[in-house]
Design a protein around this ligand. Structure first.
Ligand SMILES: Nc1ncnc2c1ncn2[C@@H]1O[C@H](COP(=O)(O)OP(=O)(O)OP(=O)(O)O)[C@@H](O)[C@H]1O
Ligand SMILES: [Mg+2]
Length: 330
């Protein structure tokens, strides 16, 4: 369907024609951020694979590699490192739309970070806000942001800005701990930043630093305590934290027992952080992943019938439709 817009100007008129589906598509822009704290869990592999899956299913997708200092998303797409990167945005003010390069998949483009330039923690606050503003203005149906490892404030803020906050973990104790701390740090930052405008940032910091004195054992208890001590903060916190939902993806599983970690993490987040987490899905460990990187052909294209490719399809559909992964304990 096409929409006709007629503009009258000094007695003459011009007719513009706009395809309505395009209009709706552009308005639907959704930002997904993929993080999780620990390095090497598969964030970049999953970002590239989800991007390919969505693009192959007719969505217009842009991938942004904000792993500044360690950008390698292009390798997972089987393309050369793009010459222009986010550094050109930060240092020369080149618009993001001009930094996007096409990939071998229709409807899938990429903006890369940089390996030679700034470390993520050296991006200034104003630069970061400018980046967020510009990302939000980009006209794509889906924007997938690969955050890289670590829990620096810039990484946390990018995670917090996203419509969907996706945390990747693997069934291994350090990855589980790192991911828990990553989400905890993000929540703590969200509480502080939400209450900053009301003059309560320092109160939050004080109560958390002195948590033993206030008998606070978890962030959930900190939130409850803030609500109890300052009743007017209740509605503010409820509103600000209402969209703080984590989508868990468990990568590199080697047994059906491993899958149970997804549901356990969901309960832990609820109990200690008081937040809603959804177990979106799991992906098996498969040597085809590194083989596809070596062959410079993405797994979603070269091994499209593999179990890993199917699992990626399942959890991406779960993310799209807000569905939970069904886990049977047998
Ligand atoms: N399901 C999987 N099966 C086997 N190997 C995998 C799987 N997922 C990822 N890998 C491998 O794990 C390694 C790390 O993956 P990737 O680079 O995506 O992790 P990352 O979380 O982005 O790391 P970083 O934090 O350093 O950016 C790669 O060598 C990749 O081939
Ligand atoms: Mg990575």
């Amino acid at each position: 369907m096409r929409l006709q817009i007629i503009i009258l100007f000094r007695g003459t008129y011009r007719i513009f024609s706009l395809k309505v589906d395009e209009l709706r598509e552009e308005e639907e822009g959704k930002i997904w951020a993929i993080g999780g704290g620990k390095g090497g869990t598969g964030k970049t592999f999953l970002t590239s694979s989800m991007g390919i899956y969505l693009a192959k299913n007719g969505k217009r997708v842009l991938l942004i590699d904000v792993d500044i200092g360690g950008a390698n998303l292009h390798s997972f797409l089987g393309i050369n490192r793009p010459r222009k990167s986010l550094t050109n945005f930060f240092e020369m003010g080149i618009p993001l739309s001009r930094l996007a390069v096409n990939t071998s998949v229709d409807n899938l483009s990429l903006i890369t970070g940089d390996v030679h330039s700034l470390a993520s923690d050296s991006i200034k606050f104003t630069q970061k806000l400018k980046l967020f503003r510009h990302i939000m203005k980009l006209r794509r149906q889906y924007i997938l942001i690969d955050l890289g490892g670590g829990s620096h404030n810039n990484t946390l803020d990018t995670f917090l800005m996203a419509d969907k906050k996706i945390a990747v973990l693997e069934p291994e104790i350090i990855a589980i701990e790192n991911m828990y701390h990553f989400v905890k740090n993000a929540l703590y930052r969200k509480i502080k930043m939400s209450l900053k405008a009301y003059g309560f940032k320092e109160v939050v910091e004080h109560m958390w630093e002195q948590r033993e004195r206030y008998k606070i054992k978890s962030l959930k208890e900190l939130i409850d305590s803030l609500k109890e001590s300052f009743s007017h903060l209740g509605d503010i916190l409820d509103k600000e934290l209402s969209d703080f939902k984590i989508y868990l993806v468990l990568n590199k599983i080697r047994s059906s027992q491993d899958i149970l970690i997804g549901s356990s993490m969901k309960s832990i987040f609820n109990k200690y952080l008081g937040i809603n987490a959804q177990f979106a899905g799991y992906i098996e460990y498969d040597d085809a992943v590194w083989r596809s990187i070596r062959e410079r052909r993405p797994l979603m294209l070269n091994y499209s019938l593999s179990r890993v490719a199917k699992e990626i399809g399942v959890f991406t559909e779960n993310l799209l439709h807000e569905r939970e992964m069904k886990v049977s304990r047998s």
